[in-house]
Design a protein. Structure first.
Length: 65
């Protein structure tokens, strides 16, 4: 059994590196039909924060598409 060792965080450095792979999972099933406008707007707003090379969108209904 491994022993856990607690360590104090002494420094946090901001990172400016862009995402290389961005996965956005969207539930577009019938159960959220009344919220689709909100979901689309939220997805667009989120993707605007990414770099042009950072978008991969996956949606699912009954199966992954």
């Amino acid at each position: 059994m491994k022993r856990r060792i607690e360590r104090k965080v002494t420094e946090v450095t901001p990172h400016q590196r862009a995402f290389h792979i961005l996965v956005l999972l969207l539930d577009v099933s019938g159960s959220v039909e009344e919220r689709m406008d909100f979901i689309r707007k939220a997805a667009r707003d989120f993707l605007r924060t990414a770099s042009p090379q950072d978008d991969c969108i996956i949606s699912f209904r009954d199966d992954i598409q």
